[in-house]
Design a protein around this ligand. Sequence first.
Ligand code: ATP
Length: 263
Amino acid sequence: MKKQNNKQDQPLTSILKCRDVLVKFGDFTALDRFSFGMADKEIHFLIGPNGAGKTTFLDVLCGLTKMSDGSITFQKNYSIDDKKEFEIARKGIGRKFQAPSIFPHLTVQENLEVAMKQEKGVFSMLRAKMTKKQKEKIDRQLEIIGLAGKRDILAGGLSHGQKQWLEIGMVMMQEPELLLLDEPIAGMTEEEEEKTGSLLRELKQDCSLIVVEHDMDFVREYAEKVTVMHEGTLLSEGTMEEIQQNDKVREVYLGSKGADAHA
Ligand SMILES: Nc1ncnc2c1ncn2[C@@H]1O[C@H](COP(=O)(O)OP(=O)(O)OP(=O)(O)O)[C@@H](O)[C@H]1O
């Protein structure tokens, strides 16, 4: 049986422990001793009003922004505190940014090939012959992101939603253990939103997910756990049902126009 945590101890299956993370931009404190933990293979949503520090936290996790103080341990004992972005990515934290950064003039499949092993240059990677295992890995990923039928299409010709899924697939080619997604359904049609939700559940077989999102219907449907941030601090944490009951959360976020209006 899993030993459950109290506020100080994380569950035994914990993949990430962040303690008192402090981020300052000049005199402004964006993360104010923010603590966060999550279990392995969990879909964990981060919500909160504009400027709460959600994106800054993802930036810290992937090494883009450095902490002024605090500590972050990934997996059992990997400290990311002093690590560079590429080291953190290699260790298994993958990030998909809001704007797609696919190669529009390469096919869908070629985009995944390029993403598979980034230590080689784009064109030497495309010229290099793929092993059977690599081909299988790409076929599997194409199925997961729902683009198997579009593998030979130039990525620039995909719809907005398909481009987002391709980019998620590209990050997944690096086999991250923790995937960070910032507003994955922004600009999507309702049908694309549903497909994205199913995709998140599918990805959970392979990795843990932290998702920043403002669309409360989407959070309600797909979140296993929700952390509410406010002014760089932790306001509340729990299931969506639990945080909906929290008066402070209703006051600063859910009751305001900030939540769904943003999406
Ligand atoms: N590089 C920076 N320099 C100065 N201030 C910054 C910088 N990056 C973020 N901030 C500030 O830090 C605060 C937190 O920003 P952040 O983008 O993390 O919030 P957020 O919760 O993701 O908001 P949103 O929901 O609007 O995306 C904001 O007030 C923002 O203006």
